[in-house]
Design a protein around this ligand. Structure first.
Ligand code: ADP
Ligand code: SR1
Ligand code: MG
Length: 422
């Protein structure tokens, strides 16, 4: 028998003292920072899972890079909740795919280190997290166009409608083991919020309503279970997997998508539904936040706009594709394909509405809330908005299958808000 391979685990948790030496060996980072002497290093992570450092040159105060590292636990809970570091492997792989497909919509990679679970990337210097911008009531003129384009390019081009069968299965194999993060989604979006669970959030004013109207509503919970099944079983395209307003960094001209560690092959509608739900959560919040009706109207206009941008770009890409795992020249006529496409897109919309309903419920009842609502100090006000979001979740869930287009969705939402005394 030969010697066992000498496998050395090089992983160590980085901190402000060790980052300069780590970056010293990374030419692309040195090119930005010029030197690793006297770096200004701040931990700026506000996410739920990882550590994110902004590293700035003392020679050029405008030159910064981001160092993002996964640690072997869930940041928002602490070391008591172990979580494998593999998530960074999938973030690196997905960001690499996105840099090929949509280079203007994602940060550039300077260094990707699976062994250290670390990504060194472009610092987005004039952008803020979309959630903060929306809480502040800022309108972004190009946002829905960028989100629609991002979803169309990434979801179509990693689907069987676009890719060759063998290449696609090879790409899928690089994401199938993102098991722990898929499990987090299965638990925290589709399971724990729908019964009494220790991890759930509690607002005494909301809890009674939840137990009478969510935990005791069999039909609603059955529909959630059907969406859980869809999430678990439909491997349609490479998803971002966590496309909410905390995963976009924006300014008036540009939008960047970050934080793709939940990437896996799942149902296209999951990404679409998640982003729609985050617009709705913020819309409800602006019944209390100062944006008022004019900002709520702006938010609601973004939903058809992002859908239409997604749909038109997705179909344009499809119509340029003759051969793929699913398509062969001569197989279907253009008219037949057009009919098929209409049904296909409608099905994505309906599924997206169901996923949006689940996402609204989990952000209200589950551990990981949204600042739009959870940062409201007055528990009574917060509860009113929470119950509004849960009622909207139920309306969306019960009506998702009757929708025949995005205008119907908008009407359901508009009618819902006008019936409420918020
Ligand atoms: P997590 O995986 O823990 O959710 P995120 O990827 O969402 O972490 O990053 C946390 C925060 O770090 C973001 O909300 C943002 O403020 C900041 N951040 C992340 N990536 C960048 C970047 N490329 N440029 C500037 N800031 C960033
Ligand atoms: C414990 S669940 C943490 C959540 O944060 C991420 O942003 C995902 O949405 C995940 O579900
Ligand atoms: Mg994250």
């Amino acid at each position: 028998m030969g010697d066992a391979p000498n496998i050395v685990d090089t992983y160590r948790i980085l901190n402000r003292s060790t980052i300069p030496a780590y970056l010293a060996d990374i030419p692309a980072a040195i090119e930005v920072l010029k030197s690793v002497d006297d770096l200004i290093i701040e931990e700026i992570g506000d996410g739920n899972l990882n550590y994110v450092f902004k590293v700035t040159s003392s020679l050029e105060p405008k030159a910064s890079v981001i160092v993002k590292q996964a640690v072997p636990f869930l940041r928002m809970v602490g070391e008591d909740w172990p979580l494998g570091r593999d998530r960074m492997k999938y973030e690196i792989r997905a960001l690499t795919v996105y840099n090929d497909l949509v280079p203007n919509l994602v940060p550039k990679i300077f260094h990707a280190d699976e062994a250290m679970s670390t990504l060194v990337m472009q610092y987005l210097d004039s952008h803020i997290i979309l959630r903060s911008g929306m809480i502040a009531g800022i309108e972004y003129p190009n946002l829905s166009q960028h989100i629609g384009l991002f979803m169309a390019e990434t979801l179509f081009k990693t689907s069987a409608w676009s890719m060759d069968s063998l290449q696609r299965r090879e790409l899928m194999s690089k994401f199938t083991m993102n098991s722990e993060l898929c499990k987090l989604t299965e638990d925290f979006i589709f399971t724990f919020p729908y019964f009494e669970h220790d991890s759930n959030y509690s607002n005494p004013k909301t809890d009674t309503w939840v137990s009478a109207n969510i935990h005791s509503d069999y039909e609603y919970k059955r529909d959630v279970l059907l969406f859980k099944e869809l999430f678990v079983s439909k491997s349609e395209a490479l998803l971002h997997g966590d496309l909410h307003s905390g995963s976009l960094m924006v300014n008036q001209e540009e939008s960047y998508i970050i934080d793709m560690e939940f990437a896996f092959f799942g149902p296209i509608s999951f990404d679409v539904g998640k982003i729609i739900s985050n617009f709705l959560l913020c819309c409800t919040a602006h019944y209390y936040l100062p944006g008022g009706s004019s900002y709520r109207d702006w938010i609601l206009r973004q939903i058809p706009s992002l859908w239409e941008n997604f749909e038109s770009n997705f179909l344009e890409l499809w119509n340029k594709t003759d051969n793929s795992a699913m398509l062969s020249e001569g197989y279907f006529s253009q008219e037949e394909i057009s009919n098929f496409q209409s049904d296909f897109m409608l099905n994505i919309l309906r599924e997206a509405i169901g996923f949006a309903a689940c996402s609204m419920a989990r952000r209200t009842i589950g551990i990981a809330g949204v600042a739009d609502i959870r940062d409201i100090e007055n528990l009574e006000t917060r509860s009113r908005l929470e119950i509004t979001n849960l009622k909207l979740s139920k309306v969306l869930m019960s009506q998702h299958n009757s929708v025949t287009g995005v205008d119907d969705l908008l009407k359901i939402i508009g009618d819902f808000y006008s019936d409420q005394k918020i």
